[in-house]
Design a protein around this ligand. Sequence first.
Ligand code: ADP
Ligand code: MG
Length: 255
Amino acid sequence: PQPNTPMLEVQDLGIRFGGLQAVRDVTASLPAGQITAIIGPNGAGKSTFFNLISGFYQPTSGRIRFRGEDITRLRTHQVVGRGIARTFQTTTIYKELSVLDNAMIGHRVRTRAGLLDALLRTGRERHDEGESRAGAMRALERVGLAAQAGRPAGALTQEGQKRVGIAMALASDPHLLLLDEPAAGMNPEETVSLMSLIRELVAGGLTVALVEHKMNLVMGLADQILVLHHGQKIAQGTPAEVSRDPAVIEAYLGG
Ligand code: ADP
Ligand code: MG
């Protein structure tokens, strides 16, 4: 990609579920090396937007470009292969497996065909075990969990489990990390800790987009904010710009 190519660009992106236009004509770009927050009331289309970018849903209109390449029609494992990883709004870690095994599943999603395949092979095939383990350990180090590698993931705190989910995503060695409501279910202290982890990851060269429905949580974190309401982008700008935008205030007050 050219030096000034945005990490991700979406143009007129949309998806319709029957009679519901969940995302409508969204045009936006995510600059490399920055934190973009996608905010909006519940049901605004934030998670759906991530599902479109990550190939879980196929758009009914529009294009998606990643590092200059059109990825609109790619499948999830192909999107991961290009360098986009995500976490989910509800935790999807395997609580009975060790922290390291969880991260190794994340690593195999990148190196093999897909998640099911990754799960089926856990603890069985040995030939690329070493490489997988090393990649998983690097991911755990990035989220500060290397010392917990051998513990069952379910024994960690809420925030620790969130970090496991992030390590699973990082283990695929992404350029762009999508976090869907990473602070959900967290107390203020845990939230602060998670936000500083996100800042560290970005300082290390990652581009991050995160979804959050509470506007105040992203004010001190995001470089730019996109606001969705009823599936449409109603505002985009710095936290200061967005927080004084009448359309945004109206969307939040009006629900
Ligand atoms: P948010 O994450 O902003 O709270 P979502 O993106 O989850 O909102 O949902 C946006 C709208 O799209 C909601 O009305 C939701 O019910 C609908 N929606 C999301 N996924 C599907 C689906 N697979 N089928 C039908 N409707 C869906
Ligand atoms: Mg959501």
